[in-house]
Design a protein around this ligand. Structure first.
Ligand code: BG6
Length: 503
């Protein structure tokens, strides 16, 4: 049994400001599955601001009673361990409905009146957080109505009170050009510091721990470069399919859904330079810099560096074209052209319908420089050191090292040093959305993607997508529950590398 982890005192977190949160798309999937349960969990933990109200805005929101009933049943489905009646009794009266279509200016007048009432009733002090849990195609329409009704005004300074902030959810555009269009719309209405672009991976404890692990331990940083690291694997595998989101996924595919955001954010945290401090400006500068250093592929290079797959049966999913070429799996080899990472292959892999749910990063260190244990063939069998950061599930970190096998002679074998979150801290990490919602109420943008980070990510994936979508690059159909297409294994085996198993 591992010794319980010692906790050091940490800098006190700012208290979240009193505020009203307006949730567009309150009856949608994201709100029901993630956002409302996260708010409820914060209420259970007593972490919501004392002065808080939730306003659901949607065509089908109904009246307050109907919306409360609807959200209650969402919580009954999505909150593990059942609803706490005491908490619900305190949470429910804070939920209010404003029914209306996103382009109906009259509905925004009703919203404005409702927010005034709530500011008085709940002491929310005129601070308003607008969460766009809707398809990105209607972000512009919502913003323009918010602007016309003067519900949001651009603020030059982040410290101005009362504040209005907007949370937008990925996908942020369809490519760089459409992201720039979206940015032009948001910039006309808000200042950059009022825009919170959620990438829920950044809210995961294990993703935040990447920086703590790298920069609170002196032993790793000297090894964290092309002299010692041979290659890096980043995998995000899901066993589920598109789960009723077929028409959304047809527009998106795995590269826009996962690689452009979650995977590249994880890559950036793993590879960025040490920041001068842990503030939002510095951390995001460092991430942006490394994303800018990603090598862009020419159209002719995409075929040999990227493998595309689709799980068997995807074309029969509701909302999916019978001849769809939308990839549900991608594996690629990427390079970061900077001093630290020059020449190190980064293998990225993401997909649905695979053998298991697994997100992890593996750093494969170079082999020992000289062979001391037997002949060359025996030495080649000595496993290299692999540092694995398990983001989910079974959150933790392990380091594979070589060790003497007990007994006569010099037999060398691989062993694992393992740290598990659940064992060390005696609890599972909290849900990402909880942290992100609180940070937004605090006005802390550290864990949100800045405009330039999103731009560099699109710049990297755009030529890859263009090469696939504009040509006949092969798409492999792989069996559900498998490791993905065989070509993904070949992509690595050409360089003598091998993916870790998905299970
Ligand atoms: C979302 C994607 O951003 O992340 C989904 O749109 C995916 O397709 C989900 O299933 C995975 O999130 P998590 O937190 O379960 O790894």
């Amino acid at each position: 049994m591992a010794e319980p982890a010692r906790r050091l005192p940490s800098a006190p977190q700012a208290t979240p400001d009193p505020c009203a949160l307006v949730l567009f798309g309150v009856t949608g999937d994201l709100a029901r599955r993630k956002i409302v349960p996260a708010l409820y969990h914060l209420a259970v933990a007593g972490a919501l601001p004392e002065h808080f109200a939730l306003v659901g805005f949607s065509r089908s929101a109904g009246d307050d009673g109907a919306l409360r009933q609807r959200l209650r049943s969402a919580l009954e489905t999505h909150v593990k361990g059942g609803l706490d009646e005491g908490v619900w009794k305190r949470f429910a009266p804070r939920i209010h409905a404003v029914p209306g279509a996103v382009d109906d200016l009259v509905a925004y007048a009703r919203l404005s009146k409702k927010l005034d009432e709530l500011d008085r009733e709940y002491g929310t002090e005129g601070n308003h957080l607008f969460y766009f849990a809707t398809p990105s195609s209607i972000f512009a329409a919502i913003l323009s109505q918010l602007k016309k009704s003067e519900l949001v005004v651009p603020r030059r300074k982040a410290s101005t009170r009362p504040w209005s902030r907007v949370i937008i959810e990925k996908p942020l555009g369809h490519d760089l050009a459409s992201f720039e269009e979206l940015t032009a719309v948001t910039r006309g209405v808000l200042d950059e510091h009022q825009i919170y672009r959620i990438d829920h991976y950044l809210g995961k404890e294990t993703v935040q721990n990447i920086l703590v692990f790298r920069f609170a331990n002196a032993i790793f940083e000297p090894l964290w470069n092309q002299r010692h690291i041979d290659h890096v694997e980043i995998t995000m595998a899901e066993s589920i399919g598109v789960e009723g989101r077929g028409s959304f996924y047809e527009e998106t595919g795995v590269v826009r859904d996962i690689v452009q955001n979650h995977l590249l954010q994880v890559l950036a945290l793993c590879t960025m330079e040490p920041p001068v401090d842990f503030g939002p400006y510095e951390i995001r500068n460092m991430k942006s810099q490394v994303l800018r250093s990603l090598r862009l592929l020419h159209p002719g290079e995409v075929g040999e560096n990227v493998v595309w797959g689709q799980y068997e049966g995807y074309r029969e999913e509701p909302g999916v074209d019978a001849h769809s070429r939308t990839p549900t799996f991608v594996a690629m080899r990427a390079f970061i052209d900077n001093w630290r990472w020059n020449g190190v292959p980064f293998y990225l892999r993401a997909g649905k319908g695979l053998a298991g749910r697994l997100t992890e990063v593996s750093f494969h260190f170079r082999s020992v420089p000289a062979c001391l244990f037997g002949d060359e063939t025996t030495c080649r069998l000595i496993p290299s050191n692999v540092l694995k950061i398990r983001i989910q599930p079974d959150e933790g970190i392990s380091l594979a090292v070589a060790s003497k096998v007990p007994g006569e002679g010099q037999g060398v074998g691989g062993v694992n040093m393992d740290f598990s979150y659940a064992e060390a801290f005696d609890r599972k990490p909290p849900e990402a959305y909880e942290r992100l919602l609180l940070d937004c109420m605090r006005g802390d943008p550290t864990l949100f993607a800045r405009k330039d980070e999103v731009e560099f990510s699109w710049e990297f994936v755009d030529p890859i997508l263009a090469a696939y979508e504009g040509s006949k690059l092969p798409l492999s159909i792989y069996p559900r529950g498998s490791q993905g297409p065989a070509e993904a294994a070949e992509l690595l085996s050409r360089s003598g590398h091998k993916w870790g198993p998905i299970s």
